[in-house]
Ligand binder design. Sequence first.
Ligand code: NDP
Length: 240
Amino acid sequence: MQLNFRGLPALVTGAGKGIGRDTVKALHALGAKVVAVSRTDADLVSLSEECPGIQTVCVDLGDWDATERALGNVGPVDLLVNNAAVVPLQPFLEVTKEVFDRTFSVNLRSLVQVSQIVARGMIHRGVPGSIVHVSSMVAHVTLPNLSVYSSTKGAISVFTRAMAAELGPYKIRVNSVNPTVVLTAMGQKVLTDPEIARKLKERHPLQKFAETEDVVNSILFLLSDRSASTSGSDAGFTLS
Ligand code: NDP
C-alpha cells in the first residue's frame, strides 16, 4: 500500500515518544507537513533532528488554557492524530479525584479540544479532513487496575461515532484505532503486572502484542484516501 501525504498539513499529539513519535516519522517520510505536539521539550528537539522541517509545540495537553494558547492559532491541519494519553494503574477502590481528573483531562478532554480547533479550521477553509483517535482495546474489554484509563478510551468510542456523524456533512472523517499492548514506555508500565500482561495477550484475537509499526500502519490507512468511505469506525481490538 503506497501512501502519499505530500504537502498535506498534519498534527500529531503525544509526539515525543512511542506510537506518536513513529507516526510523526512516518508522516514526515511520506511528505506531510507535520506539527508535533508533546510535553517534554527534549523529545521534540531530538524528533526535529530526525525529521527536519517539522513544527514542534511543547504543551501540557491536560491544561485547557495552555493548549488554547499553544494551538488556538496553529494554522491549517488536514490530518489529525489524537494520540497523547497517560495510563494510571489503580484498583477501582483506590481511584483518587486527582488521578481521575488528570487522566480524563489528558486522554479525553484534550482530544475534544484539539479536534474542535482542527475541525473548525477545516470547516472554515472548506476542505475535507481525517481525524484518527488512538484509543485502546481496553475500550472494549475490562482488565484490573485500568478502570479510569479504560473509561477514557470507552468514551473515545462514543466521541468517534458522534463526531463522525456531526462532521460527516463537512467531509471530515473520524475513526479510532484500538491497539493491544505495544512495547512502548506505556506498554512496559502496563506489563509490570504479569496478570494484566497474561490477560491482555489472551484477550487479543491473535494472542500477541503489537509492534508500533502495526499501529502506525492502521493510523496511516485511516488518514489516507484508501479509507475514503470509512468514518465512525471504532475498530475494536482487531485493528491494531
Ligand atoms: P508513551 O507513553 O510511550 O508516549 C506518550 C506520549 O504522549 C509521550 O510523548 C508523552 O509525553 C505524551 N503525553 C502524555 N501526556 C501528555 C500531555 N499531558 N501533554 C502532551 N503530551 C503528553 O505512550 P504510547 O506511545 O504507548 O501510547 C500512545 C497512545 O496509544 C495512547 O493514546 C495510548 O493510550 C495508546 N495505546 C497504547 C498502548 C500500549 O501498549 N503502548 C496500547 C493501547 C493503546 P511525556 O512523556 O513527555 O509525558
